[in-house]
Design a protein around this ligand. Structure first.
Ligand SMILES: [Zn+2]
Length: 487
């Protein structure tokens, strides 16, 4: 009943109901009783409206490969006061494995206007594509082409905190799960992996620091006190791993020599007044890079690993390739006031986001139903990290207490769902204890059954087979010989 009342309170639903009621009166009322209220028709109207407005489920069994793939993306962000101009150049081609060989190009988009479109260098007229606040559709396209789209967004007014937003003078992005579409039109799904290059342009005083994924390849000055930095990420990734940070930030850095002898730089950015509180986070980051080499034989793959601590970052932390964005509380620790729990949380979250570089980024998800493939596996890895570096018994007791306090109630309540669900309505509601914690317990079960040596042999096969691909939980489970797990 409360669900019905909640629905009726929304003005748009009320309007639907009233319209439906009068339509049913006009169509169905008897001529000799004009204006007579028919309760049965009124109830039918409400029922009709509820059916029409019930959110549509997205089902795993309806998955189909994308009709188009994107080979390369070149983004230019021209950050101005009050608006940011985005130019996106996409190298697109029809997916040979697509289900519809002559499908129109459909891309996800947000609530912004398109300024211009060019196809293979030729301007496209406005009637050659259609847009609404959700989709960009272009019916007549070749099998392989370059599309340049210019649009404007307003990070200053973005209170959704998805896509690009401005908070306390710092521009930053959050694109997981479906935030990238609010920046520029894109095929916003994890199985579309592209090479990304990103050029950031801004006023030198407002945004002295301009960060994105990968390695910085070019920077310089422009007229009117503006400057630019160009970033290139050599690894293909889905757009949910794209990141941008621009503003007045300070940093600390530390060199690190990887297991194979490569010299890399670890860098942590924070507001200038907080930068002295980043030392513990840097120590934890070095521990994490070393631990992943020693325990999983996984090295960091870029020249530069960056963390940006943002005060108003909505999620706890985000594993964007080469540029993690953290809520500042998971980075900053004042030695004079931080508790043991604060220090432990920083170690856990720094480790977790770093470990995603392989479990989530290098091997990513075929679709969002597979979320536990990156989260369950990475929680298992961060739990092993903190167990190896601290007391394993205390860590395990803490994890089991959490399961009892949060997982068990979820399993016995209305939110109960499998680690690999069959359907969801909104992806944002799917970041649950089950996906994270129960998912990690399933990985732990495989580890427990096989032992460390056989488990690590399967992990080697998993990365050998699926590096650079978007895969499923079943693919992960097949990394070990079937009888080893299933008998
Ligand atoms: Zn995670």
């Amino acid at each position: 009943m409360s669900y019905l009342l909640k629905k009726l309170i929304r003005p748009d639903i009320l309007l639907y109901c009233i319209t439906a009621f009068f339509l049913s009166e006009i169509i169905l009322s008897t001529p000799n009783k004009p204006g007579c209220v028919h309760i049965d028709k009124f109830c039918h109207s409400i029922l009709w409206c509820l059916i029409m407005t019930t959110p549509k489920e997205i089902r795993l069994k309806d998955y189909s490969p994308p009709d188009f793939l994107i080979e390369q993306v070149a983004l230019v962000f021209d950050i101005q006061p009050g608006e940011t101009r985005v130019t996106s150049t996409l190298s697109l081609f029809r997916n040979p494995a697509g289900a519809r060989p002559s499908a129109e190009l459909k891309m996800d988009m947000g609530e912004y206007a398109i300024d211009s479109v060019t196809l293979d260098g030729h301007p496209v007229s406005a009637d050659a594509f259609q847009t609404d606040e959700k989709q960009f559709v272009m019916p007549d396209v070749p099998d392989r082409f370059t599309l340049e789209i210019c649009n404007r967004i307003i990070p200053e007014k973005n209170t959704r905190l998805e896509g690009l937003y401005l908070s306390r003078g710092i521009y930053c992005t959050q694109c997981e799960a479906e935030g990238f579409r609010h920046i520029t039109p894109f095929i916003d799904r994890p199985d579309v992996m592209a090479g990304f290059a990103c050029t950031l342009i801004a006023d030198r005083d407002v945004c002295p620091v301009l960060l994105s994924n990968g390695n910085p390849v070019e920077k310089g000055n422009l007229p009117d006190n503006r400057h630019y930095v160009r970033w290139e990420d050599p690894f293909k990734k889905p757009c949910y791993l794209f990141a941008l940070v621009a503003g007045n930030l300070s940093y600390i850095e530390s060199p690190f020599t990887t297991k194979s002898g490569r010299d890399i730089t670890l860098r942590i950015f924070a507001e200038p007044r907080n930068i002295h509180q980043c030392r513990h986070a840097m120590d934890c980051l070095k521990q994490a890079v070393k631990w992943d080499e020693d325990r999983f034989d996984l090295e960091f793959d870029l020249d530069l690993y960056q963390i940006a601590a943002i005060n108003d970052f909505n999620a706890g932390a985000m594993e964007n390739k080469g540029l993690n964005i953290f809520n500042a509380r998971y980075v900053l620790a004042d030695p004079s006031s931080a508790t043991d729990e604060d220090f432990m949380n920083i170690q856990r979250v720094i480790g977790h986001e770093y470990f995603h570089n392989w479990t989530g980024n290098r091997v990513t998800l075929k679709n969002w139903f597979q979320l536990s493939l990156k989260e369950g596996l990475t929680v298992f890895r961060d739990q092993e990290f903190t167990s190896d570096l601290n007391s394993r018994a205390v860590e395990r007791i803490t994890h089991v207490k959490n399961l009892r306090a949060f997982q068990f109630p979820e399993d016995s309540g209305p939110m109960v769902h499998p680690v690999l669900p069959e359907a969801y309505i909104k992806m944002d509601n799917f970041y649950t204890m089950t996906v994270y914690e129960k998912g990690s317990e399933l990985v732990r079960m495989i580890h427990q059954l096989l032992g460390e040596t056989a488990f690590q042999q399967g992990m080697v096969l998993y990365f050998e087979k699926f590096d650079g691909l978007a895969v499923t939980i079943e693919d992960f489970c097949r990394s070990w010989p079937r009888p080893a797990i299933w008998t």
